[in-house]
Design a binder for this molecule. Structure first.
Ligand SMILES: Nc1ncnc2c1ncn2[C@@H]1O[C@H](COP(=O)(O)OP(=O)(O)OP(=O)(O)O)[C@@H](O)[C@H]1O
Length: 243
């Protein structure tokens, strides 16, 4: 491996299948660099979430390797440089209370309780959800759970963050807040997987179309998302603002 300056992720010829079935990810090679705000779009079941699980070490490739900030990703190792907002909030929120859930990441990073408290309070403030801090997770609405799961990742202060369907369940106000926040965010790189293509257009400076475990297009968001033939071929629609 030759690690290029400013590279955040490198995937080399990665193939992965669940339960020895047909591969969900097929000989995939991908490089993500500092400054990338990468939107990943594609039909249901294309393999987007699986791709993120491979980057985070949640799943292990059958073939090929994944590198994160120059380090080979090992199966089930905790990488605090990488934060992931899961598509399904119930996969992420496993403490009974909002506060403890948001504090989990910073605590796991070995920070002092004072620093943990600051991180949690800052994350709550950024998302304007301080009023939820004493609530129980199982009593929250879908959108509130989404915001708490985002707060938990913000509190870790990771250099690379993956947002898997971050706008699902969010109302227009919180969706706009998230767009404004992501536009200003200081992470070295971020990925957004979303079926909300207007959101991708506002937040991202690079887009990949992902289908059947392969990258079928990679380039500037406006060029890709306005290409009607390409989009329809992969069960996608050109967003309104580009028609
Ligand atoms: N744990 C699992 N065991 C077996 N098959 C799985 C598992 N998780 C996902 N799959 C299958 O792998 C394929 C890719 O799923 P994945 O969740 O990565 O797609 P996706 O692009 O994120 O989809 P969506 O846009 O619908 O969220 C699908 O066919 C799915 O049914």
């Amino acid at each position: 491996m030759f690690w290029e300056d400013k590279m955040v992720v490198e995937m080399n010829q990665v193939t992965f299948s669940y339960d020895k079935k047909d591969p969900v990810i097929k000989e995939l090679s991908l490089k993500i660099y500092e400054g990338d705000r990468l939107g990943i779009v594609g039909p249901n079941g294309a393999g987007k979430t699986t791709l993120f699980f491979l980057m985070a070490g949640v799943e292990k490739p059958n073939y090929g390797n994944v590198y994160l900030f120059g380090e080979k990703v090992l199966h089930k190792r905790f990488y605090p440089q990488l934060g992931m907002v899961f598509q399904n909030t119930d996969d992420q929120l496993f403490h009974p209370s909002v506060w403890d859930d948001i504090a989990f990441g910073p605590r796991n990073m070995g920070l002092s309780e004072d620093m943990v408290r600051n991180r949690v309070e800052d994350a709550l403030k950024i998302l304007e959800i301080s009023y939820l801090k004493d609530r129980l997770i199982h009593q929250l609405s879908g959108g509130e759970k989404r915001l708490v799961s985002i707060a938990g990742i913000l509190a870790m202060g990771s250099d690379f963050v993956i947002y898997d369907e971050p706008t699902s369940n969010l109302d227009m106000y919180h969706r706009r807040k998230l767009i404004d926040f992501l536009k200003k965010s200081k992470e070295k790189a971020l990925i957004v997987a979303s079926h909300d293509l207007e959101f991708v257009l506002e937040v991202c400076n690079r887009v990949i179309i992902f289908d059947k475990g392969c990258i079928v297009a990679d380039g500037a968001p406006k060029d890709i998302l306005s290409n009607k033939v390409l989009m329809e071929k992969h069960s996608l629609e050109v967003p309104y603002s580009l028609r």
